[in-house]
Design a protein around this ligand. Structure first.
Ligand code: PMP
Length: 466
């Protein structure tokens, strides 16, 4: 069993041997970036791989290694890397100008596609931002302005970007088990305006709403961290009922699930329609972009009106890169293909088969583990998890789930290295699929997964899970 000493296992030695140029770049990066990387999730010991190009389901690193990629642009690339139609649209637009300092037709087309695809946007309005984080921030502000109330409800472990309100994963009522989940740098007033509840606990939502001053509830409709901790349809239905009956705005953060679970996102998949949705990732076709969309009367908080009083009520939203033409061109091309039905249901069916292949690998190697996913095209693997563990609905089951999750940190990091050594790049414990992942890619990945489990078993890394 590794003791935390560096590069003890064969897997780690092999990883270092295969990536000398990545190691050299990481040493340079440490001189200019705190933690050496530019996104917390890309931090990886002993160093991350550095990539130079990507196409379809593949990418290549500076040491000349090829990978089947499952980061898939953090979920943005449902069409795969550098899809020719999206690339052509972006390149053509880049030649015509990346910022026109004016309104343009592409932004209208882009918004029309959003209102067409997403159920909550039918007959509604769209506001573009530059990222998913900005979209969730704006949705909360609009909700507060519209209702005149202060508080927001979020769920523990649900991720909505790095802005102050939703990065909070702390609730003093549940302390001490969750102590320390309150990140520094957030003002006290902001902390007090957010109530973080156990996932899937509709009773806790009702109690909090009864206390008053709740503007909105925001959640990842497919479950926390891209569906790692799943959400279930009956919960979503109850949540819809409770929020509607109390005039509380329901926000589905569809930054991940939008255009992925179904062309119309999780709301189409589950048949539950929120008041507002936030979008990002696939929306921009692999280029930066975000949006808030939903009911017209709520979105009209952004409108200008010739009323003296209105200027004190309206929500402001400037932003240099809002709906910039480059991202609008790429986003339009991507959503155009989704509208034509070129991504679904293919990507979902492939995901379903892939998930069973990973579960077969656990069984064949007699490793205690599970592959799951609330959307078919994002698959998780975890050691020591059972289907029962995924049914979190109160603080006790949440704390148990978190314990299992933390036991997975070290083995998953070894698994990733073993997979990378074999030419597969998982995103931690997650595999994100695109239409570019072929049956052969997925079969090869399942084989690598099984080989990796065997290797980790023989190295004693999975001691607790065999
Ligand atoms: N919401 C969800 C559900 C996300 O997964 C993310 C990013 N992974 C965000 C919001 C933030 O989006 P961005 O990284 O574009 O700011």
């Amino acid at each position: 069993m590794p003791t935390g000493k560096n590069f003890e296992t064969h897997v780690e030695k092999e990883y270092l041997k295969k990536h000398p140029k990545s190691r050299a770049l990481y040493e340079r990066a440490l001189k200019v970036f705190a933690r050496g990387v530019t996104h917390d999730a890309r931090f990886f010991k002993p160093m991350p791989i550095y990539c130079v190009n990507a196409k379809g389901s593949r990418k290549w690193d500076v040491d000349g290694n090829e990978y089947i990629d499952y980061w898939t642009g953090h979920g943005a690339l449902i069409l795969g890397h550098a899809h020719p139609i999206v690339t052509e649209a972006a390149v053509n637009q880049a030649k015509r100008g990346t910022h026109l300092g004016a309104s343009h037709e592409l932004e209208i087309e882009w918004a029309e596609k959003v209102t067409h695809l997403l159920p909550c946007a039918h007959g509604g309005l769209v506001e573009f931002t530059s990222s998913g984080t900005e979209a969730t921030l704006l949705a909360l502000r609009i909700s507060r302005a519209y209702t005149g109330r202060q508080k927001i409800i979020k769920f523990l472990s649900h991720f909505h970007g790095w802005q102050d309100y939703t990065i909070i994963d702390y609730n003093p009522e549940f302390s001490p088990p969750l102590k320390g989940a309150f990140p520094p740098g957030i003002p006290e007033g902001t902390l007090r305006s957010v109530v973080a509840l156990p996932p899937n606990d509709v009773g806790a939502v009702e109690e909090t709403i009864e206390k008053g001053d709740v503007a909105c509830v925001i959640l990842e409709p497919g479950g926390a961290s891209m569906g790692y901790l799943p959400t279930y349809k009956p919960f979503l239905e109850k949540l819809r009922k409770v929020t509607r009956e109390n005039d509380v705005i329901l926000i589905f953060d569809e930054v991940v699930t939008g255009f992925r679970d179904a062309p119309g996102g999780a709301q189409e998949h589950y048949g539950v329609i929120p008041d507002l949705s936030t979008l990002g990732k696939i929306l921009g076709g692999g280029y930066p972009g975000g949006a808030v969309t939903g009911r017209r009367e709520i979105m009209e908080m952004l409108d200008f009106k010739d009323e003296e009083e209105w200027k004190y009520r309206r929500v402001r939203h400037p932003g240099t890169f809002n709906a910039n033409p480059l991202c609008a061109a790429a986003g339009n091309a991507c959503l155009g293909l989704i509208l034509k039905g070129e991504a679904h249901p293919h990507v979902n069916q492939a995901g379903e088969r892939f998930r069973s292949a990973l579960n077969d690998a656990f069984e064949d190697t007699r490793v205690d583990g599970l592959a799951w996913g609330t959307t078919d095209s994002i698959i998780y693997v975890g050691f020591g998890f059972s289907e029962e563990d995924l049914k979190v609905s109160n603080i006790q089951s949440y704390v148990e789930f978190q314990k299992k999750k933390s036991m997975n940190m070290e083995p998953i990091s070894h698994l990733d290295k073993a997979m990378i050594n074999r030419g597969v790049h998982p995103m931690g414990s997650r595999f994100i699929l695109s239409i570019a992942h072929t049956e052969k890619d997925l079969q090869r990945t399942a084989e690598c997964f099984e080989e990796s489990l065997k290797e980790l078993k023989s190295e004693g890394v999975l001691e607790k899970f065999v």
